[in-house]
Design a protein around this ligand. Structure first.
Ligand SMILES: C[S@@+](CC[C@H](N)C(=O)[O-])C[C@H]1O[C@@H](n2cnc3c(N)ncnc32)[C@H](O)[C@@H]1O
Length: 256
């Protein structure tokens, strides 16, 4: 069967699959059956919890106010990074934005395509092809997708690669929070933390996820010439931020 061999090809060392496969399987199952699925999350600091697949299909929920605000703040041509099942892309498309949704998971991309996201591609945000994707007014990292950066160094790499992709007046919108759980009283860490997902016995490889406190975000972005604005905060520690890239240098005709 084609789908089973697709999964088998994704099995890596120790019987684990690529990190994004369990989440992709849960989202695909939810889309096909309408049944809420549980994704198990294990962190290397010993904290474990579950995420429900329904969270990827609706804006409603604990972080609804942050999500709604980020949708209001989006302008022009939008890149939705780590778009999951496309809940933000679909809303922005309905509001008349041109949206390009990208996700590293081919299963998520298949679901988004079937749900009606018009421009959706499998892509790793660390190697976005400039010619293929063009430039944007807004780049979104929602549901803490900035965690993809993996570390403070990864965030620097990401911002350096995104700056040329932003049009004049362009912005990055992201939500994040400091690491909540056992290590939270150890202060901010820019090393990221290993996280692994599993779904119905299919275990993903661990990958590094960055939990970003406001101060570290401001320090990293400002060291690269970006401006940081905190747009909203929740009582439980999450925040929504806007990052503005360094002004592009203009060349004056007739000078030099
Ligand atoms: C926390 S989920 C957020 C989903 C979506 N933004 C939402 O709010 O429903 C993070 C998403 O990022 C995707 N992802 C992980 N690493 C990625 C990468 N390097 N490039 C693009 N997408 C990635 C995952 O497959 C997953 O769908």
């Amino acid at each position: 069967m084609k789908f089973l061999s697709w999964i088998k090809n994704r099995v890596r060392r120790r019987g684990q699959v690529e990190h994004h496969v369990p989440l992709g399987l849960a989202i695909r199952s939810h889309w096909l059956t309408g049944q809420d699925a549980e994704i198990e999350v294990d962190r290397s600091d010993g904290v474990s919890y579950t995420i429900r697949s329904r969270e990827f299909f609706s804006i409603e929920g604990r972080l609804e106010a942050l999500d709604e605000q980020s949708l209001q703040e989006a302008r022009g041509r939008v890149l939705d990074v780590g778009a999951g099942a496309g809940r933000h892309s679909l809303r922005l498309q309905e509001a008349g934005h041109e949206v390009v949704a990208v996700d590293i998971s081919p299963l998520c991309v298949e679901v988004m395509h079937q749900r009606g996201v018009e421009q959706v591609r499998v892509a790793d945000i660390f190697s976005l092809d400039a010619e293929e994707f063009g430039d944007f007014d807004t780049v979104l990292f929602l549901m803490q997708s900035i965690g993809i950066a993996g570390s403070g160094f990864g965030l620097e790499r990401l911002l350096l690669s995104l700056a040329p992709r932003l049009r004049r007046g362009g912005q990055v919108l992201l939500d994040s929070s400091p690491l909540l759980g056992t290590r939270s009283d150890c202060g901010p860490s820019l090393e990221g933390i290993d996280v692994s997902f599993s779904y119905q016995g299919v275990a993903g490889e661990p990958f590094s996820w960055l939990y970003l406190d406001e101060k570290s975000l401001a320090e990293i972005s400002e060291s690269l010439g970006w401006k940081t604005q905190i747009l909203a905060r929740t009582a439980t520690g999450e925040y929504l931020a806007r990052l503005l890239p360094p002004e592009k240098e203009t060349t004056h005709p007739g000078v030099g």
